[in-house]
Design a protein. Structure first.
Length: 149
């Protein structure tokens, strides 16, 4: 961790706390794991890292459950579920925006554009099953390594 401190890289320090916490979890030293995951959570909050906070809430809920502190486990589980819902809504909005821009690009066969992003966004509500399927296929064709690493 000295490298991150020397670089003053709080994101690096947060990731190291998460990793160290995972190691202690694997060693079944849950109290020490909680200590490092709470440090990770505090840094994730300072950095406005929603995904980091989600990870910390989820792991902390599991760890507190393992040591039979069910009130804390329930608290962190509730925080995880609430924030995860927000993160996924934001994530899906980004994907939808990318998809709408992609289908608005000029088509090679006709070199014409469609009706524009605003009109397409309104049409999303009226998509048929095939259009919904194409959107989800597009979503799954992207690489999500950042979200799930």
């Amino acid at each position: 961790m000295n490298i991150g401190e020397l670089m003053n890289d709080e994101s690096f320090i947060a990731r190291m706390n998460f990793t160290i916490g995972r190691v202690y979890s694997l060693k079944q030293d849950y109290d020490t794991a909680i200590y490092f995951h709470e440090k990770h959570l505090n840094l994730a909050r300072q950095l406005d890292d929603s995904i980091g906070q989600c990870r910390a809430y989820f792991i902390l809920s599991q760890l507190y459950e393992k040591i039979n502190q069910n009130d804390k486990a329930t608290k962190y589980d509730s925080l995880y579920k609430a924030l995860a819902r927000e993160v996924w809504i934001d994530f899906l909005c980004v994907l939808l925006t990318i998809y709408l821009i992609k289908i608005d690009e000029p088509r090679e066969d006709t070199m014409s554009t469609r009706s524009g992003p605003r009109n397409n966004l309104l049409k999303v509500c009226l998509w048929n099953e095939q259009q919904k399927k194409r959107f989800w296929e597009f979503c799954f064709s992207l690489e999500f390594t950042y979200w799930f690493d």
